[in-house]
Ligand binder design. Structure first.
Ligand SMILES: *Cc1c(COP(=O)(O)O)cnc(C)c1O
Length: 227
């Protein structure tokens, strides 16, 4: 994607985020943009970084590691947002700053054990299956409190909050209901230091911001449609 198009997309997105925040009496700085760069070449990420983006989200480990290596001259913050198999935890613990897709204790334990002590704690969001779809990743709302308490006690992780990918809907009321459920689930966890709701993507970020999103994860509306 050329620089002009990318610059245009980022400007429009920043505007959408600010407007959604202000409409809900929230400070625009309270919502950060995570640029979801899965399937995009490292050069597009470099251009986005030149245009001021610093947070990038990746779903596929090997592809992500290649890009992290190619871009190591830049000061970027990398978020892992895809499904995690146990044999991938070491590389994730070594190369990422954040993981949004932790949904079971076994994975959290491995990430904590494998986090190099020379690095800050790995920042964690628990992925919640908020729409209760049987085929989707994420811990159930019922199992969340126990998982959250266990993850919060692991030494090399810092539990920051929750993430969800609700069932797609064009109806803003339906979108908001799912995001509200995630916000309420977080407020019911009696744990200190929870400050992050990772929710909202290109198609529903206004609804997510209205319900308190602190990180919106945006791919298509930054980099264009994925091939
Ligand atoms: C791909 C992806 C996104 C970005 O989706 P867009 O609709 O392209 O903005 C956000 N979150 C997760 C977990 C993803 O896998």
């Amino acid at each position: 994607m050329n620089q002009h198009q990318l610059s245009d997309n980022i400007a429009k997105l920043t505007c959408r985020v600010s407007r959604a925040a202000q409409k809900n009496q929230r400070a625009p700085e309270a919502v950060s943009i995570l640029a979801v760069s899965k399937t995009r070449p490292a050069e597009d990420i470099r251009t986005a970084a030149e245009l001021g983006l610093t947070q990038f989200g990746e779903n596929y480990l090997q592809e992500a590691l290649d890009k992290i290596t190619q871009l190591q001259d830049l000061d970027l913050c990398w978020h892992f947002i895809g499904p995690i198999q146990s044999n991938k935890t070491r590389a994730i613990a070594e190369h990422f700053h954040w993981v949004h897709s932790v949904d079971r204790l076994k994975i959290a334990r491995r990430l904590s054990e494998q986090r190099p002590l020379s690095l800050d704690p790995l920042q964690i969001c628990l992925q919640v299956n908020i729409s209760g779809e049987p085929s989707k990743s994420g811990v159930s709302l019922e199992a969340l409190p126990e998982l959250a308490a266990a993850v919060a006690s692991l030494p090399n992780l810092q539990l920051r909050g929750l993430m969800a990918i609700p069932a797609a809907s064009d109806d803003p009321q339906v979108q908001r209901r799912a995001f509200r459920a995630l916000r309420e689930a977080m407020s019911e966890l009696s744990l200190p230091g929870l400050d992050t709701l990772s929710m909202g993507m290109s198609g529903d970020l206004e609804a997510a911001i209205a319900e308190g999103a602190s990180i919106v994860r945006v791919g298509t509306d930054i980099f264009g449609p994925r091939g």
